[in-house]
Design a protein around this ligand. Structure first.
Ligand code: GRF
Length: 236
């Protein structure tokens, strides 16, 4: 079933909702929750925002698995507190990516959990090759700047040092580049006089916690369409 949708970002058929003509108020059949695999290395505030939005009924998804490359990462503790499956998986010998054996272990765990969409929530390793082929068009990330400005690390600091008056956050599909995939949605955040890297980052994170659950909800409802670099269907 999953394989059928391998190359489609928003599997169109499983999300079709039949609304009979002339009966606009009839209850719409519930859609099957999209199974999420969340990868994170840090404190997990974006994961918490998504998990809480799911629990509140505003995201038609379920967390199938949370995986971290950091054994004591906050994201794992948050998942366990909520009774959600959470695993530490060793990343292998590299600092910025998974080695071959680790990549296979991550893929195996996500597949075994029946994950349909991989949600990167502060995962500090670049995913490439085999992993992205296996989940082609089904990996999303949140980045703390208005891409394509300031890709890479500490994007809020890059923005502050550059002197921009607005920065923000971006939810995007993940492709083989670093922070280069098709943009799903963005939120702007003003840079204020006297901002420090910390104060600006904190305000961006507030925006992230609104944008990411809303974007995942739109994907889960099958509303996001992708053509080349362009996406449509999510107003942000
Ligand atoms: C976020 O600021 C996100 O933009 C970046 O990593 C950070 C993760 O924070 N990709 P958290 O672990 O979700 O709190």
């Amino acid at each position: 079933m999953l394989e059928r949708f391998q190359f489609q970002v928003s599997p169109p058929f499983r999300r079709l909702v039949f609304r009979p003509r002339g009966f606009p108020n009839r209850p719409v059949p519930a859609i099957r929750p999209l199974r999420l695999g969340v990868l994170g290395s840090g404190k997990g505030s974006n994961f918490v925002a998504i998990a809480d939005a799911i629990a509140a009924g505003s995201v038609p998804a379920e967390v199938a698995l949370v995986v971290s490359d950091v054994e004591d990462a906050g994201i794992l503790a948050h998942a366990r507190e909520r009774g959600l499956p959470a695993r530490f998986l060793r990343p292998g010998k590299f600092r910025t990516k998974l080695d071959e054996a680790a990549e296979a272990a991550y893929l195996g765990a996500l597949r075994d959990a029946g994950v349909e969409l991989v949600v990167l929530a502060g995962f500090m390793r670049i995913l490439k090759g085999e992993f992205l082929r296996a989940f082609e068009g089904r990996v999303v990330n949140i980045h703390p700047s208005l891409l394509p400005s300031f890709p890479g690390l500490a994007a809020w600091k890059q923005a502050l040092d550059y002197g921009v008056k607005f920065t923000g956050c971006t939810v995007h599909y993940v492709d083989q580049g670093v922070d280069t995939g098709p943009i799903i949605g963005q939120r702007a955040v003003p840079v204020l006089d006297g901002d420090t890297a910390e104060s600006l980052h904190a305000r961006i994170q507030v925006a992230e916690r609104e944008l990411y659950p809303a974007a995942v909800a739109a994907i889960a409802r099958g509303e996001v369409r992708v053509r080349g670099r362009l996406t449509a269907g999510f107003a942000g």
